[in-house]
Design a binder for this molecule. Structure first.
Ligand code: MG
Ligand code: ZN
Length: 372
């Protein structure tokens, strides 16, 4: 008893003479441990389909300006391989980003055993948050489909369109009207979605404010490439989608924005097409980041499902002219890791080198959502 007491006294005496600095350090450790977690209400998830580092750098070289995405305070890199292939397609690549599952190439929102799995959009909606997709392809194309639909094949676009009626999605902007209205089963999905409360437009409304449910199908099939697209820019679509989601926002929202045709430019080995698509996509990133700056609690994550074209930047014809040539080494996807640019609340979670399926986990973690 006496020994214990003397030890206690000795301890107290030591505490009293501890240098102030180590006490401060000790306090710092404590305050870090109890630091309030970042609250992420809104997530704007932006996918440049086929956008590798070289595509982003090519944008900078072609415009002579710092791309909006390059202003990200946090940068990461992700691997993009699928369950079946070292080189993914957009179906499996988007499924990994949307659901956290690696799956078979060509699949939409399903695990490799063909079981439907919830996407980020489903999980945010289940939590009572609003959800949307805004793209520059058919809305039933692989990437948006990965967030909204479940199908064994990306080719079943009419079945995928029918999933939009069942989905909790609130805002849909893109092309692909005919998959909704000229159908083998005779259904008119636009009428069905109107019955479910959607306002429907064939051109982008000036503002999204006040819309609870908004369906905008601007083209019968895919919208035109950015250089020829006169009906909307991805930046405008992003603004309208955010306005619609945010104006009735109580718990927050999840919006997926896709620069869909960066991939097609890569397949075509067309650098002019590529730069125009990158400009269109990066302006949309600018809109999202500006919103995040004004609205604390908003996370913006910009990444890709895979790289397309094996793009590299090499010497022009003449080494002495110091020019650079955009050189495509493939007309297909490549397996190279792709960049992640993160802004706003929770962004610090996205640094490092990790797997495409980790994006799903990280977004749920910062948004305090359970995947189950
Ligand atoms: Mg896509
Ligand atoms: Zn592709």
């Amino acid at each position: 008893m006496k020994t214990k007491l003397s030890f206690a006294l000795l301890f107290l005496a030591l505490m009293a003479v501890l240098p102030a600095q180590s006490q401060r350090r000790a306090k710092g450790v404590v305050s870090q441990a109890v630091e309030k977690p970042v609250v992420v209400n809104n997530v704007i998830f932006m996918i440049g389909d086929g956008m590798g580092l070289a595509q982003a750098h090519a944008l900078q070289l072609a415009t002579g300006e710092m791309p909006a995405m390059f202003k990200a305070p946090v940068i990461g890199l992700i691997s993009t391989d699928s369950y079946t292939h070292k080189i993914t397609d957009s179906g499996a690549g988007g499924t990994a980003l949307a659901t956290g599952y690696k799956t078979r190439n060509g699949m939409i929102g399903m695990g490799p055993d063909s079981t439907a799995v919830p996407s980020l959009l489903d999980i945010f909606a289940r939590d009572g948050r609003r959800t949307g997709v805004a793209v520059t392809c058919d809305v039933t194309h692989a990437t948006p489909a990965d967030f909204v639909a479940k199908n064994i094949s990306r080719k079943n676009e009419q079945e995928i369109a029918a999933d939009f009626v069942k989905s909790p999605v609130d805002v849909v902007i893109g092309g692909g009207l005919y998959n909704f209205t000229r159908r083998k089963d005779g259904r008119n999905l636009v009428s069905e979605m109107k019955d479910n409360g959607f306002a429907f437009f064939e051109s982008l409304p000036k503002s999204g404010k006040g819309f609870n449910k908004l369906l905008v199908l601007t083209d019968t099939a895919h919208p035109a490439p950015a250089a020829k697209r006169t009906n909307y820019t991805l930046a405008e679509a992003t603004r309208v989608a955010i306005e619609a989601l945010d104006s009735r926002n109580d718990k927050g929202f999840f919006l997926m924005v896709e620069g869909s045709q960066i991939d097609w430019a890569g397949h075509n080995n067309d650098s002019t097409y590529l730069i125009n698509e990158m400009i269109d996509f990066d302006k949309a990133v600018g809109v999202a980041v500006a919103f995040a700056e004004k609205n604390p609690g908003t996370l913006v994550v910009v990444t890709a499902d895979h790289e397309t074209g094996g793009l590299t930047l090499i010497h022009g014809q003449n080494k002495r002219n110091k020019g650079v040539k955009f050189h495509f080494s493939s007309d297909d996807h490549s397996g190279v890791i792709v960049p992640v640019y993160a802004f706003g609340a929770g962004a610090s979670q996205f640094s490092g080198v990790y797997d495409n399926t980790d994006i799903f986990k990280k977004i749920l973690k910062v948004a305090a959502l359970d995947p189950k």
